[in-house]
Design a protein around this ligand. Structure first.
Ligand SMILES: Cc1ncc(COP(=O)(O)O)c(C=O)c1O
Length: 358
C-alpha cells in the first residue's frame, strides 16, 4: 500500500487508523451484517453512532447543556446563507469581518438577505492577514458578528479569537478542533466537515439554544436551525456515513488529546515556516503574527518555478501543494491528520529544490 503525503486543502488527509477501521467495518458494521451506508438512520445501530458523534464533539469542546450539536448538509457554504436567513431580520444589522475569500463569501450571501456592516476589511491585503483588534468596528446592538477563524486560501489565522457583545459566529471550517478554544465566547461555530472532521457531505454546527430560539419562523423547514435541533438532525435522512466518519475521527482525536494535537500542529507549522524564513528563495505570503498553523502559503521566485516545484513534489510523493486557483503559489495544508514526518520530507525536498533551481 502506498500512501502519499497529502497536503490538500480539503477534502484532506484523514487519520490512517480511521480509514483502516472504516475499511474493516465496511461490509459488516459491528455484527449488523450491513455497512453503515445501508442501514436505517432510525435504527438502534445507527443511533449509537449518531449519539457518539455528538458526545465526542461535546467532550472535545467542553460544551455545556445550553449548546446543541447538529449536522447539516450543504457544507459551510449553506451556512453562509442559513445564518442571515435565520438571524438577520429586516431592521437588523450584522457585523462581518472581511478577512479573505471565505469571509467575503459569507458577506456576499448575507447581503442577499439583509444589512451588513463590514467591521474590518483586510480581504485584499498583501501580505495576507487578519485584522488587529484596534481595527474592529462592531455595531452596537448588531444581530450577530461573523468571523472566519482561519482563511484557508490566504493562510491567515486569528491567533486570539475576538470577543463581542453581539452573538459571535465563527466559520471554523479549516481549523476546527486544531486547537482548544472557549465555546462560551461564541453563540455558534460551524465547519464544513472535509478538513479536520471527516469526509465532505455536511457541516458540523454547534449552536447556543438562545440563538436557535431567535431564528426566523418564516423559513422552509430544512433551512431552520430549530428543525435540526428539535429533530436531532434526523428530520430527514442525515449523511449517515459522513457522521460515522466524524465519529471515528473525533474518537481518534479524543484519544490523542486536543492539547497534544494543538502542540503537534504548532510544531509542524513552525518547522515549515522556519524553512521558508531561512531561505530567500521561498517567500511566505501571510504576515508573521497571523500565519496559519493549518494552511502554510508561500511563493517561489516565478510561477514557472512553482509549477515545476509542484510537479516534482508530486513525483516525490508530496501531493496537493498547488495554491488555490484564485491566488496561485504554494499551499501546504497541515490539518490534524497530517503526519509530522511529512513536514520533514517536504522541508528536505524544498532544500534540495532550492539547491538545484535557486
Ligand atoms: C474557511 C472556509 N469556509 C467555507 C468553505 C466552504 O466549505 P464547503 O465546501 O463545505 O461549502 C471552505 C472550503 O474550503 C473554507 O475553507
Amino acid at each position: 500500500m502506498a500512501r502519499i503525503y497529502n497536503f490538500s486543502a480539503g477534502p484532506a488527509v484523514l487519520p490512517l487508523e480511521v480509514l483502516e477501521q472504516a475499511r474493516d467495518e465496511m461490509v459488516d458494521y459491528n455484527g449488523s451484517g450491513m455497512s453503515v451506508m445501508e442501514m436505517s438512520h432510525r435504527g438502534k445501530v445507527y443511533s449509537a453512532i449518531h449519539e457518539e458523534a455528538k458526545a465526542n464533539i461535546r467532550r472535545l469542546m467542553n460544551l455545556t447543556d445550553d449548546y446543541e450539536v447538529i449536522f447539516v448538509q450543504g457544507g459551510a457554504s449553506l451556512q453562509f446563507a442559513m445564518i442571515p436567513m435565520n438571524f438577520l431580520g429586516k431592521d437588523d444589522v450584522a457585523d462581518y469581518v472581511a478577512s479573505g475569500n471565505w469571509g467575503a463569501q459569507a458577506i456576499k450571501q448575507a447581503r442577499l438577505i439583509g444589512n451588513v456592516n463590514v467591521a474590518a476589511d483586510c480581504e485584499k491585503d498583501i501580505p495576507t492577514r487578519m485584522p488587529h483588534e484596534s481595527e474592529l468596528k462592531w455595531t452596537p446592538g448588531a444581530a450577530y458578528a461573523h468571523i472566519t477563524s482561519n482563511e484557508t486560501i490566504s493562510g491567515a489565522q486569528w491567533k486570539k479569537l475576538p470577543k463581542t457583545e453581539a452573538p459571535l459566529i465563527a466559520d471554523m471550517s479549516s481549523d476546527i478542533l486544531s486547537r482548544p478554544f472557549d465555546i462560551r465566547d461564541f453563540a455558534m461555530v460551524y465547519a464544513g466537515a472535509q478538513k479536520n472532521l471527516g469526509p465532505a457531505g455536511m457541516a458540523l454546527v454547534v449552536i447556543r439554544r438562545d440563538l436557535v430560539e431567535k431564528g426566523s419562523k418564516a423559513l422552509p423547514t430544512m433551512l431552520k436551525y430549530a428543525t435540526f435541533v428539535e429533530k436531532d438532525s434526523l428530520y430527514n435522512t442525515p449523511p449517515c456515513y459522513s457522521i460515522y466518519m466524524l465519529m471515528l475521527t473525533t474518537r481518534w482525536l479524543l484519544k490523542f488529546g486536543l492539547e497534544n494535537m494543538y502542540r503537534r500542529n504548532a510544531e509542524k507549522a513552525a518547522k515549515l515556516y522556519a524553512a521558508i524564513d531561512a531561505s530567500s528563495f521561498y517567500r511566505g505570503t501571510a504576515v508573521k503574527e497571523f500565519r496559519s498553523d493549518m494552511n502554510v502559503t508561500f511563493r517561489l521566485p516565478t510561477e514557472e518555478l512553482e509549477a515545476t516545484f509542484c510537479a516534482e513534489a508530486k513525483k516525490a510523493g508530496l501531493d496537493g501543494l498547488k495554491g488555490h486557483r484564485s491566488v496561485g503559489g504554494i499551499r501546504a495544508s497541515l490539518y490534524n491528520a497530517f503526519p509530522p514526518e511529512g513536514v520533514d520530507v517536504l522541508v528536505d525536498f524544498m532544500k534540495d529544490f532550492e539547491k538545484r533551481m535557486g
